[in-house]
Unconditional design. Structure first.
Length: 431
């Protein structure tokens, strides 16, 4: 490791340790590297500008955020939850199942775990608490765990970021996330059923069957959005970025004209609330682009690949090793930083070992989503703590069973790549 790179990493770690935002820490460390190497400091700006403005795919990020925030406004979320209560609320632990199924459906609209937790999640937590069957900590923990499905089932903001650093197809990444997302939902529903049986929960009041068609009709425009997105992308009508614009426009028409639940004032507030996370992601991407330039200059990726190839590491051992590292990093770093800064280090090794980059990308994104609920940094825990006013210690006490279930699903995805690749291959992916 060169002196310049050592000082760069030291600067990043020190600044992050004293509370400097990760994006600014990375940018400052990168400038230290350029200064020590005697290179023009303007290279940092050049890498940021060229990387951000040459990546048409990045436009999908703010568009998906806007679509999710519009869907969270007015009566859209309520109609979705009424449909879920009618279909799965009648079973033991019914509202827990409603929580999970609503996250699965909402994931087809937003691509953001935070949007799911702060929107639909907040409403279903109130429903679970009022029922008297669920402790506040359990309701919050299940909501946090189910929100991790949001960025796995398409559309997915983290997969857009992975496509940026790996040069893989967003369309095939989206397809690869469908089965893993459903698998995550299944293991969470099993955990919820075990919880309901262990604590002797009764069944919720069932919605009469004769009312289900009406509730389905009321929620049908909401349920149609994922189908529009997927058909647009895989029918060759739109690119993923154009599909994100269609999603945002559809959400706007639905909320403003069909359901009439969106005012000009609330629309303005939605735009403001969408700018903040979009800018935050943009800053992390900018910092990562400069750091990736440094990594390429130091030839780190190739050195790691050569070292691992030299000791004959098997692809399976490599995947398990990387995923254990990512689970640890997920406790202290946010998902965007891991995807944009850490994952590019392993991509050359994946190519050397013959690991499919779609398989690796989906597994890595699932891993980083689990990191959103792992203490001490799990951002979803803090989001739900802030929105639902449930003590953080109560949420953490109940979250471990769900983390174990999601890690079990992750292990299955690593061991059986077909879980991820069969659907992309069905649509022509050759690997």
């Amino acid at each position: 490791m060169t002196l310049a790179l050592s000082l760069c990493l030291l600067a990043i770690l020190v600044l992050a340790a004293i509370g400097t935002p990760v994006a600014f820490s990375i940018l400052a460390g990168s400038i230290v590297y350029l200064a020590v190497k005697g290179q023009d400091l303007a290279i940092a700006g050049e890498q940021m500008v060229s990387g951000l403005y040459d990546s048409f795919v990045l436009l999908a990020v703010p568009l998906f955020i806007i679509a999710a925030n519009i869907m969270n406004a007015g009566t859209v979320s309520e109609r979705l939850l009424q449909f879920c209560v009618a279909t799965v609320g009648r079973f033991r632990g019914g509202l827990g199942h409603v929580n999970i199924v609503s996250s699965v459906i909402f994931s087809g609209m937003s691509g953001s775990a935070v949007a799911d937790a702060a929107g639909v999640g907040r409403i279903v937590i109130d429903m679970m608490r009022k029922s008297g069957h669920y402790s506040p900590g359990y309701a919050a923990a299940l909501t946090a765990a189910s929100a991790t499905i949001g960025p796995i089932i398409p559309p997915s903001i983290p997969m857009v970021l992975y496509a940026l650093v790996s040069n893989t197809s967003i369309g095939y990444l989206f397809l690869g996330g469908v089965t893993p997302g459903l698998l995550m939902a299944a293991v969470l529903m099993v955990m919820n059923s075990l919880y309901a049986r262990r604590r002797g929960l009764g069944r919720e009041s069932a919605v009469p069957v004769r009312e289900i068609p009406a509730l389905t009709f009321r929620a049908f425009p909401v349920l149609l959005m994922p189908a529009i997105l997927l058909y647009g992308i895989y029918g060759g009508i739109a690119t993923p970025t154009e599909a994100a614009a269609i999603a945002a426009a559809y959400a706007l028409v639905l909320a403003a004209l069909v359901y009439r639940s969106l005012t000009l004032r609330s629309f303005y507030d939605i735009l403001v609330e969408s700018v903040r996370p979009s800018a935050s992601v943009g800053l992390v991407i900018g910092g990562a682009l400069v750091l990736n330039y440094i990594v390429a200059s130091e030839n780190i990726g190739a050195q790691i690949a050569a070292a691992l190839t030299g000791i004959q590491v098997s692809p399976l051992v490599f995947l398990f090793g990387v995923n254990i590292l990512l689970l640890v990093l997920g406790c202290v770093l946010d998902a965007s930083t891991i995807i944009l800064v850490i994952l590019p280090l392993f991509i050359p090794t994946c190519r050397e070992l013959g690991i499919d980059l779609i398989h690796f990308g989906v597994v890595a994104v699932v891993n980083t989503m689990i990191g959103l609920i792992t203490p001490p940094y799990g951002i979803l825990l803090f989001v739900i703590n802030a929105t639902a006013r449930i003590p953080l210690v109560d949420i953490i006490r109940e979250i471990w069973g769900f983390i174990a279930a999601l890690v079990f699903a992750l292990v299955l995805m690593i061991l059986f790549p077909e879980l991820i690749l069969w659907l992309p291959q069905l649509f022509g992916y050759a690997g």
